[in-house]
Design a protein around this ligand. Sequence first.
Ligand SMILES: *Cc1c(COP(=O)(O)O)cnc(C)c1O
Length: 228
Amino acid sequence: VTQAPVGDLGARLAFVREQVADAARSVGRNPEAITVIAVTKFHPASLVRELAALGVADVGENRAQEAAAKVVEVGDASLRWHFIGRLQRNKARLVRGFATAVHSVDSVSLADALGGEGPVLDCFVQLDLTDDRSRGGVSSDALLPLAEHVLGVPGLRLRGVMAIAPLGEDPRRAFSRLRAASESVRALDASACAISAGMSGDFAAAIAEGATHLRLGTAITGMRPVRA
Ligand SMILES: *Cc1c(COP(=O)(O)O)cnc(C)c1O
């Protein structure tokens, strides 16, 4: 993946979309089957509005309180908000209030806290691709029982699996394990076929391994502001 040109937001977004489409075609996939989620964490509401004006429909945030405030400030009911960060049970209701999807479901108790009345919440179960539980998610042993549990929680719809590539390993190799995990989740429920994988530095590898949802921050937005 080459570096995005320094330019305005619209140019970077167009460049990223082109790269995503090229990567998809190069492995014989339809670019239309891939959803790009623009990760806007740390950025102000104004940036989300600019992205929306450029046609972005899916945005991603990783902190519950920051996201909840931003949703209100942006005030655009047509946007789909994806929650992609580690989530504590006591923030589950807050996130359920604004999110279309939670990509980071990593425990039975979190799944239970996310369930309930109201619009159906899409869920991805997060697989940890490291050996040291360092990047969030559950071990491969725990993934299927968790997926099965999510399928039984009212108000949740299991969409598929999610992972973050480990540091220091070829992302393609890591994402191939995610793809295998995705196949076993699909065996539980054929509609749980989505794969949330791929960040700014590794999305081509993720696309090659079947990613359907890319979470792209800096490639679209440029450098993130330093967290206050
Ligand atoms: C921040 C973040 C991203 C986006 O990372 P970039 O490298 O900026 O594309 C994707 N996924 C998760 C879980 C994140 O926290």
